[in-house]
Write a protein that binds this ligand. Sequence first.
Ligand code: 1CP
Length: 333
Amino acid sequence: MTTLLNYIKKRTNANCIWLMRQAGRYLPEFRKIRAENSDFIKLCLNEDLSSEITIQPLRRFEVDAAIIFSDILLVPYALGQTVSFKKDYGPILGNLNYNQIFKAEERKFLEKLNPVYGAIKKTKERKELKNKDLIGFVGAPWTILIYMLNRKSPKNKDIIHSLNDRKFIDELLKIIIKFLKLHIENQIKYGATIIQIFDSWAGLLDMNNYDKYIYEPTKELVRFTNSKNTPVICFPKGINDYKQYVNVVKPDVISIDYSVDPKEISENIDITVQGGLNPNFLLGDKEELKTNVKKYLDIFKNKQYIFNLGHGVLPNTNPNMVDYLVKLVKNYS
Ligand code: 1CP
């Protein structure tokens, strides 16, 4: 029985926890592999190493799920845009070749991402994953669109001006949605039991643009995923109105960021809530962490709540603090 999935389906009443970015960056065993693999995309496309990195946190911590080691930017990569990562800078994407993107073929896309599906299949078969969920994921259409157009992390709202060429943007968005569906479908086919949609840049948009760029495209992905009998966790980081988002997009679980008041969320949202704790608390002392973890657990005590952070584990986090956090949550009553 997988805890997280059964919890989402309201069949168990456990204290559930997993962490965004639980695999990677802050773990010495990941750093060792990373030091030997300078090309990050290649590392994501190495079935054995990707599967190994995926289960690394499960060897250390009693988390209820693994998230496949991959990246949201593998989708632009598989559509033909080059993607590389520069140390201390972030992702760098190549020029958008319109002809290539607009003519992208499903077969070629799947061929490029085949190792991700292979890694999912391999991970599912590992003993560490017994009774645990494997979370597959995609970037939300809006976040992928932004990376493809801006070709690096958007630092501010200036990028919104480049949305002026409406016809082109509409076409690009359609292609992104089509291929995100294909990627979701195949992650499920090879063993992902839950899908998380990361909308890391939702906070860049004004509310009058939500419908077109966030609500409608994401709703389409949620419906599609649900039609494959698979629940969806949505993380629209920085969005103005979580309640409206839940009402319109209708995910199974809503993952909240650290800027929102959890009390307000617990009073106004009826579906399963995930996350919220500021990842910075993992950098401080144990007492402060404990107080804040307890705050979230107390607020959501009589609700469906999956413990997680309000964004990913930071690279300079001490794994001992993560261990302490997981134990706090598991022992809470
Ligand atoms: O240099 C390195 O060692 C690579 C660091 C790294 C890692 C470990 C990147 C580069 N991506 C990942 C893995 C990753 N990315 C995972 C799997 C591991 C896990 O979660 O346990 C996941 C789920 C992601 C998702 C992801 N990638 C998001 C959404 C979540 C978020 O943090 O908001 C985003 C925005 C990306 C893009 C990305 N990948 C990597 C970087 C440095 C970035 C850019 C972040 C930014 O623009 O600020």
